[in-house]
Design a protein around this ligand. Structure first.
Ligand code: NOJ
Length: 999
């Protein structure tokens, strides 16, 4: 026998090549296992409600059985309370559903419907269940952090006609809720026009509590099997299909459903709105397709049920890892939306109704209505209605309710290098060194599950991670960080203090019988921490203290994965719905929030690792819900190294942005499989535009760190990374905006140009913050150009060579492999840092370049936000926030202060630390030809000595060439980043004495 050692090199190579070729032939086609996940008709309540909607639509005589009892209405201090009665079986008492409609200061209205019997606990649970009897009413406790101030100015409209209650609300009385009593429904109007309708189609359905009629055993025996079924159906359901009321089985798991059927459902229509966006997470387009069949439509509703969907498919309404039940409808001149605050499994049908123009009504154009149907398995019906009118209003109002994006540390928006797994501490150090050797910037290296000892979190494998401290010291030398994974399943084994404590303190999720639930995940048998329990959060915090999780350091941060939760042997790879959480809420009620409670706990833990050490945490999560943006970043899970997945990542990331959770990205390179070098390169060129930018790969893939690909790929990828680093000041400013206004970090066309109806569905190009930078990543193999859609008549300039593109419509922009299609919209000032460094931490005191991109009238505007990038001092005024403006008429560039707060000690200290940081270069793109003969500009700066106040600096003029715009450069004008200054480009420069003093 020949051993490997004895094989000569060429033979060994030949064998290797043969094996590689065979592998290529036999790579199995990867695709999601549909049979593991429910379709609507396998999910009892979805099937029932969809059927109900179909029956209602088909009937001409049917009316909704929900009636608001006018005698029950009370209205006080911005809130309406009433009882909606649901007619049930003949002769039976109607179900009483307490209604509240709350009008908020922000102009948002909130509608909740509860069920009296359940709220009062007047129901019986089956199987001796210990579950709570009420409909779950704590979703708000986890999701909402503000915006609930009631608008006391809301008033009943005295002129309401019979059968209606009308409430005028919103600042200036612009909004009105028209509440129809019979059948119950609400229309929300803005300026007299209806924008959102509830129960227009009559699909409102609150499955009221009823007792299961158990047949006596004796009696049952007497009846023949068939006869019995027939009888039961007739007697108990009066025509309703109750087969999924009391028990449901799927994939070998049976849900005991102790409360029986309890779904809530409602149709919500947006009249005159053709586009709806939002409700992530799905691998689909930004403008949501319809879901009831037909051309280019899905035939399943969008599903929100956080799940570990292995090898998920493209272009699908299937559920994924996270859920944000926030939808917005958009048309020219108006954006409105709804937030369906429910944490249970939810399905949403979307249909569109075309209304053709009426030839007799002159001037009335045809329009399309979007109709949606929301169905949740349990919980309250709790919906917020937003009336806009702009996408920016929605972002702000939704952010006010669920919280804005946490301001990350600056390293967190730089490049992250991950794979499953870096196998030893030496391996990590080696990768770190190679990045340096190849002069490739990166900030964070990641450790996946293999760093632990046998998947026991908070331990290190003693054989492979021998010296984590030393490893981190090497990283820290270049200001780099480490992220280690910690999942919510805790290995159920001996000699592991973490599981012992979890059990002893009784902090794990319980099964339906109230015993600690045990399931299967990476470590084998495991238990799950129940972060709905405050005691569990406290305990969790303790585990991250440096003396508890030994080997971690201040530059260690955390990745929370598998928190849907993923349970390998559970129904649909997650927990049984009848499991019990803290307070005896069923898992069914809280499923979609579960992941958020976990990453929130980790966030808190990171803030408390050491007394007095106040650094902004970084936590990455896979599962999420509304509110996750307050404490985590997310990524789109296990994608594939395929072009289609690269393409899908853009609408997915854009959708996250407009849905309030913009710190988002996809695995660069694709998680499963090996990308071609071209795909990997293109993915990096796209990945630099993800707010969260991380390369990651499955354990079975080949190594693919940027330095591996070789010429020309490594060089091209490095250029892409450098572009991200160069623009970090612009990204950081965009994060700041997200953290204060809810604005997305990368923005789709409709958000930036809400009046341009041709561009509402555009989702393959993006704007970075408010910078006017417009990127169109290449997502097609072999492409050498891209078609960029321009929405307006501003000039757009190529970022690299200032080629000008003019005019609304599509433009072909060259994109050979080495070129990243990136344009600058006229009218912006973009802050950059041009010095290549090894990590963002090393750039903190680097000088700035300002790129002034003139609009068609010769003006430009921009902002810069800066702080220490690390601590919470910015909350006490330690930041720099500047506005740069180029005034085309006066031909002056100014820097003014946007910080209106008074100067704190922390602020002074920070400004002092930035005192020497200057603008080292100013580039003006689209420079007027009159500057051709201009030799210098005058710079005036606040705070300088009188004699030095005014100084002149040379100006370099570069004439226009072909389609390339003229541009000028001013080098090192001695303008400090933290101060006010003014640079005069005009003829009368010397004559101007006035300058922008401030503070
Ligand atoms: C699943 C995650 O999605 C993936 O990114 C990770 O590498 C594996 N779990 C292993 O932890």
């Amino acid at each position: 026998m020949i051993t490997l050692r004895q094989m000569s090199a060429p033979r060994w190579t030949a064998v290797f090549l043969l094996l590689a070729a065979l592998c290529c032939l036999f790579v199995p086609a990867v695709t999601v296992k549909h049979e593991n996940f429910k379709k609507c008709d396998q999910s009892g309540f979805c099937k029932r409600n969809r059927q109900f909607a179909d029956d209602v639509s088909a009937s001409s005589s049917w009316t909704s059985p929900y009636v608001l009892d006018p005698a029950s209405i009370t209205f006080e201090k911005g809130q309406l309370n009433a009882i909606v009665l649901k007619a049930v079986k003949e002769g039976e008492e109607k179900a009483r559903l307490p209604l509240t409609v709350t009008f908020l200061d922000s102009g948002v209205a909130r509608v909740t419907l509860d069920e009296e019997k359940r709220a009062k606990g007047e129901i019986n649970l089956r199987h001796d269940s210990k579950a709570r009897k009420e409909r779950y009413n704590e979703a708000g406790k986890w999701a909402l952090v503000g915006g609930l101030k009631v608008f006391e100015g809301a008033a009943l409209n005295a002129e309401a006609e019979q059968g209606y209650t009308k409430v005028v609300y919103g600042k200036g009385g612009k909004h009105q809720a028209v509440i129809r009593h019979s059948p119950f429904g609400i229309e929300f109007q803005r300026d007299g026009e209806t924008h959102v309708k509830f129960n227009e189609r009559g699909f409102l359905n609150v499955e009221h509590w009823r007792a299961k009629i158990e047949k006596a055993k004796e009696e049952e025996k007497k009846e023949g099997e068939e006869e019995k079924k027939e009888e039961e159906k007739k007697e108990e359901t009066q025509g309703e299909d109750e087969s999924t009321w009391w028990e449901e089985s799927f994939g070998g798991n049976t849900d005991s459903k102790p409360r029986g059927p309890e779904a809530v459902a409602l149709d919500i229509s947006f009249p005159g709105y053709e586009h709806v966006f939002g409700i992530p997470e799905h691998a689909t387009r930004l403008s949501l397709k319809t879901t009831k069949g037909g051309d280019n439509a899905y035939d399943e509703p969008y599903r929100l049920y956080n799940a570990d969907v292995f090898e998920y498919e493209m272009d699908s309404p299937m559920t994924l890892y996270g859920a944000i039940p926030f939808m917005q409808a958009h048309r020219k001149g108006s954006t409105v939306g709804v937030f369906w605050l429910n944490a249970a499994e939810t399905w949403i049908d979307v249909t569109k109704k075309k209304n053709t123009a009426n030839p007799l009504a002159l001037g009335l154009k045809g329009h399309t209505d979007t109709q949606t149907h929301w169905m949740s398995e349990s919980g309250l019906l709790d919906v917020f209605v937003f009336l806009g009118p702009t996408p920016q209003d929605l972002a702000r109002q939704y952010g006010e309710l669920t919280g804005y994006t946490a301001m990350p540390q600056s390293f967190a928006i730089a490049y992250h290098q991950c794979r499953w797994n870096y196998v030893t501490d030496e391996d990590v150090k080696d990768v770190d060194r190679r990045f340096d050797k190849f002069n490739i910037p990166y900030d964070v290296i990641w450790l996946d599950i293999e760093y632990t000892q046998e998947k026991k979190y908070f331990t290190w494998d003693p054989l492979t991670f021998v010296n984590p401290d030393k490893m981190q010291k090497q990283l820290a030398k270049r200001e780099r960080k480490l992220v280690a994974i910690i999942d919510p399943h805790i290995k159920n084994t001996d000699n592991y203090p973490v599981i012992d404590e979890l059990k002893k303190k009784d902090l794990a999720v319980k099964n339906k019988d109230g015993n600690q639930y045990e399931g299967w995940c990476w470590p084998g048998s495991s238990m799950w921490i129940d972060c709905f329990n405050p005691a569990a959060i406290d305990w969790w915090k303790g585990l991250f203290k440096y003396d508890s999780f030994k080997g971690t350091a201040p530059n260690t941060f955390i990745w929370n994965d598998m928190n849907e939760p993923s349970v390998f042997n559970g129904p649909e790879t997650t927990m049984p719905k009848d499991n019990l959480h803290h307070g005896n809420w069923e898992h069914r009620d809280v499923h979609n929030i579960n992941g958020m409670t976990f990453h929130n706990a980790t966030y808190q833990a990171i803030t408390e690792r050491k007394k007095g050490e106040l650094r902004r945490p970084f936590v990455l999560t896979r599962a999420f819900y509304s509110g996750s943006q307050r404490s985590a970043a997310m990524w789109t899970g296990d994608n594939l190294a395929e072009w289609a997945h690269l393409e899908a990542s853009l609408p997915m990331v854009l959708n996250q942005g407009i849905s309030g959770f913009p710190f988002a990205g996809a695995d660069v390179g694709g998680f499963f499989g090996n990308p071609s070098k071209e795909l990997l390169t293109r993915w990096y060129q796209a990945g630099i535009y993800y707010p969260f930018f991380r390369g990651h790969a499955h354990i079975d893939t080949r190594r693919r760190e940027p330095y591996i690909a070789g010429a020309p790929y490594t060089e091209i990828i490095t250029q892409a990374l450098r572009l991200r680093y160069q623009l970090l000041p612009a990204w950081y400013t965009a994060f700041h905006e997200a953290s204060t206004t809810g604005a997305p970090i990368v923005r789709p066309n409709f958000y930036v140009h809400p009046e341009d109806d041709n561009g509402f569905a555009v989702d393959d190009q993006l704007y970075i913050g408010s910078t006017g930078l417009l990127a169109k990543p290449v997502t097609k193999e072999g492409a050498t150009s891209v078609s960029v859609y321009l929405a307006d008549s501003q000039p757009y300039y190529d970022y690299f060579d200032y080629t000008t593109y003019h005019g609304a419509g599509h433009h072909t922009v060259p994109a050979p492999l080495e070129k990243i299609p990136l344009l600058m919209q006229g009218g912006h000032i973009i802050p950059r840092r041009d010095r290549p460094r090894r990590s963002s931490g090393l750039m903190k005191h680097d000088p700035f370049t300002l790129v002034v991109v003139l609009d068609k009238d010769g003006n430009a505007d921009g902002t810069l936000y800066l702080d220490d990038g690390e601590t919470f001092d910015y909350q006490q005024g330690a930041f720099i926030h500047r506005r740069f403006n180029f005034d085309g008429v006066r031909q002056v560039l100014t820097s003014t202060n946007l910080d209106t707060s008074s100067r704190t000690v922390k602020c002074e200290k920070y400004l002092k630390s930035m005192e020497k940081v200057r603008v080292e270069k100013i580039i003006i793109v689209g420079a007027p030809s009159a500057w051709k003969n201009k030799a210098e500009v005058t710079v005036m700066e606040e705070g300088r000595k009188e004699s030095k106040r005014k100084q002149s600096f040379p100006l370099e003029y570069h004439a226009a060439e072909g389609k390339k715009a003229a541009w000028v450069v001013v080098r090192d004008p001695k303008a400090w980043i933290g101060r006010g200054w003014r640079i005069d480009f005009g003829d009368k420069a010397a004559g101007h004495e006035h300058h922008g003093h401030e503070h």
